[in-house]
Design a protein around this ligand. Structure first.
Ligand code: CAA
Length: 384
């Protein structure tokens, strides 16, 4: 077993760290406050090849492994989780899903510009439309319908909590074609956002990842050609689940980054802040917090790497991905709360960043499968 990162992975880590410090840190507080979508940062990430990191160069991607992607996600998430969630959705849910289950024509038309992150000089990213007002955790109960009509499907319904909802150019839409077949009657479609009948709702006013672009999207008689269906008829639910397994590794890495960002800030503050005549890290009360943060974060990092390694080695990574997301997101929530505590009153104000990281951490226990869903996935796997 080799715990060393390769030369290439170390280069990715350095590039992502520098990018996060130089391009994401300035203005992160204002973007959070104003709920400003980080378009400029994403355009720069497109130029760095970070929007299609794992996609083959044949389809405009950077052709890197999943561990490199995890490393980049950690570094960006240390500073701005609103940037990293857009990176994660585009890489794991959209590009990976299309590369593995799309046909050649779909890859040429859609995957290539999505992996490049740009088309005609403009940002070109995707969104993954599975959740609905009444189908979140219970994802097989899709109310959105896609009914066959000649060479087309007609889509009607509402999707909720859609990351990149208004900024995406391409939607991957999951919808029910034949209710009598349950989840085997669900299909997935590639839909251009500009298709008539699509309405983007107002941006959600969220607790955290406030720069991220989250909307409800409604479909009224939206006509999509059969060529845009992903895979065989009835493959849509399996497509969503298989794609989400990789998505969960990305969100686990986001949680890891939020936790390690908060820890690094708390450690630095503890060396500079004095109380009772000495730096506060010399007090056992603070040193024990830092020791426990460092330990839990390292275990989260190791399980993220393991899940990524299993994926890169074509193993079944479903359970490890769920464990990584469960553990890393709980670590993020706990470590950011402790980081605020280490900062005392300063932790409660925006300038010190840790209160934002604490707010950002919460969503990692919810999206791409709540912690309870991850426990279901793990529980079913270990008791099978
Ligand atoms: N990997 C691969 N296949 C899976 C799977 C997984 N993790 N989980 C389920 N499946 C497959 C099953 O094998 C089964 O397929 P077959 O019939 O072909 O064997 C099929 O899916 C149905 O599975 P179940 O019978 O287990 O269905 P269920 O209803 O009992 O449970 C569930 C399914 C695991 C709870 C699933 O609904 C689930 O994961 N829910 C959470 C959904 C979710 O993560 N939503 C996130 C929204 S996307 C998002 O947040 C993106 C964003 O913008 C940030």
């Amino acid at each position: 077993m080799d715990f060393n990162l390769t030369e290439e992975q170390l280069m990715i880590q350095k590039a992502a760290r520098e990018f996060a410090q130089q391009q994401c840190l300035p203005g992160v507080i204002e973007r959070d406050e104003l709920q400003k979508f980080p378009r400029e940062q994403l355009l720069q990430l497109a130029d760095l090849g970070f929007l299609g990191m794992m996609t083959s160069p044949k389809y405009g991607g950077a052709g890197m492994d999943t561990i490199s992607y995890i490393i980049a996600m950690e570094e960006i998430s240390k500073v701005d989780a609103s940037v990293s969630v857009a990176v994660s959705v585009n890489n794991s849910l959209v590009c990976w899903g299309l590369e593995h289950y799309g046909n050649e024509a779909q890859k040429i038309q859609y995957l290539t510009p999505l992996a490049q992150g740009k088309k005609d000089g403009e940002l070109y990213i995707g969104a993954f439309l599975l959740s609905e007002p009444e189908a979140g955790s219970d994802a097989t109960r899709q109310h959105t319908t896609a009914i066959e009509q000649g060479d087309h499907y007609i889509i009607n319904g509402v999707k909720n909590w859609i990351t990149n909802g208004s900024s995406a150019s391409v939607y991957l839409v999951i919808a029910q074609t034949d209710d009598s077949k349950g989840h085997k009657g669900i299909n997935a479609f590639i839909v251009d956002k500009n298709t008539p009948g699509i309405t983007v709702g107002v941006k959600e006013n969220k607790m955290g990842i406030r720069g991220s672009d989250t909307h409800a999207i409604s479909f009224m008689d939206v006509k999509v050609h059969k060529e845009n269906r992903i895979g065989e008829d009835g493959f849509g639910f399996n497509f969503a689940m298989k794609t989400l397994n990789g998505g969960r590794i990305g969100i686990a890495a986001q949680a890891l980054g939020i936790a390690s960002g908060a820890y690094e800030l708390a450690l630095a503050y503890s060396k500079q802040r004095k109380s009772f005549g000495k730096p506060i890290h010399e007090h056992q009360a603070i040193q024990f917090k830092l020791a426990e943060m460092a330990t839990r974060i390292q275990t989260a990092r190791l399980i993220c790497y393991q899940a990524a390694w299993e994926k890169d080695n074509d193993m079944d990574y479903t359970t490890t991905a769920a464990m990584a997301k469960l553990h890393a997101s709980d670590t993020a929530m706990w470590a950011t709360t402790e980081a605020v505590q280490v900062h005392g009153g300063y932790g409660f104000v925006k300038e010190y960043h840790v209160e934002r990281l604490m707010r950002d951490a919460k969503i990692t226990q919810i999206y791409e499968g709540t912690s309870e869903i991850q426990k279901m996935v793990i529980g079913r796997s270990i008791t099978r």
